[in-house]
Design a protein around this ligand. Structure first.
Ligand code: ZN
Length: 266
């Protein structure tokens, strides 16, 4: 199985409906806010707010596929930290997070220090590294899965339209470079600055050009540039037909002016 196909298959698993025979597939948790992963994904658009990020940790607690020995994977409600951002807990059972970025209510973000870009941030790269480095569940629970299970999912709202993206590991050897960059303070600061600079180029000037397509292109260019070739790929959820939700892989066209969508799995 190619990594694209494996990544797509693992993303598809996140959309598995709640098992009616598995009483553990929806665990209320302290605030009654934990969810089946599919429900958390589909509900995320309702949780995009302007004041803080919302999110869930994707937890494989025990037997992934054979309840009731353990319970199936679960989306555990996460509270935003003091900086209003959501971070993955350091927990060996966590294989991903789903989160929202803050909705920017001001359509003119110029001069706003707190403008949160509607695309993966440097923190999100770090989240993926943290999740992968801390994961300690027996991978045998995930037939044919290695790094393909890990993901950081992001929902954003751009002028009223919700876009949901998944960051995936495409090349494990190259991903090691990201680990190296982010574990070195100086390198990490440089990486963060470079990503921020690319996003800010979209919002600078008199006519800021804020669109999902522009952010997608900027992000794809960033992760394919020589300096930042860290083995990542970008997927986007197509939830137009709620009974047949698909994950498309996004890639830059040869002239870098448009984004191609392909479906690595059915
Ligand atoms: Zn984020």
């Amino acid at each position: 199985m190619s990594n694209d196909e494996g990544n797509c298959e693992e993303l598809k698993k996140l959309l598995t409906p709640k098992d009616p025979n598995n009483q553990h597939s929806d665990i209320p948790g302290e605030n009654g806010e934990n969810k089946n992963i599919r429900e958390a994904l589909l509900n995320m658009p309702n949780e995009i707010v302007s004041s803080f990020e919302n999110g869930y940790a994707l937890i494989n607690s025990g037997s992934f596929s054979q309840p009731p020995v353990g319970h199936g994977p679960l989306a555990k409600d996460l509270e935003a930290s003091a900086d209003n951002h959501v971070y993955p807990p350091r927990d060996g059972r966590v294989f991903g997070i789903i989160h929202s970025h803050q909705k920017n209510t001001n359509s003119d973000p110029l001069g706003q220090n707190q403008y949160e870009h509607p695309m993966f941030s440097a923190d999100d790269f770090l989240s993926l590294v943290t999740i992968r480095n801390n994961y300690s569940q027996n991978l045998a629970n995930f037939a044919n899965s290695g790094d393909e299970i890990f993901t950081v999912v992001l929902s954003v709202n751009i002028f009223g339209i919700v876009h949901t993206y998944a960051l995936k590991i495409e090349n494990s050897a190259k991903f090691e470079n990201l680990n190296n960059i982010l574990s070195n303070r100086k390198e990490r600061r440089k990486f963060n600055k470079e990503l921020k600079r690319e996003y800010e180029a979209l919002t600078r000037g008199n006519n800021p050009d804020i669109s999902a397509l522009n952010y997608e292109k900027t992000f794809l260019k960033f992760i394919s540039s020589n300096n930042h070739d860290v083995g990542l790929s970008l997927f986007k959820m197509d939830a137009e037909d709620v009974n047949n939700i698909k994950w498309n892989k996004l890639s830059l066209s040869a002239d870098e002016n448009s984004v191609n969508e392909t479906q690595p799995c059915r």
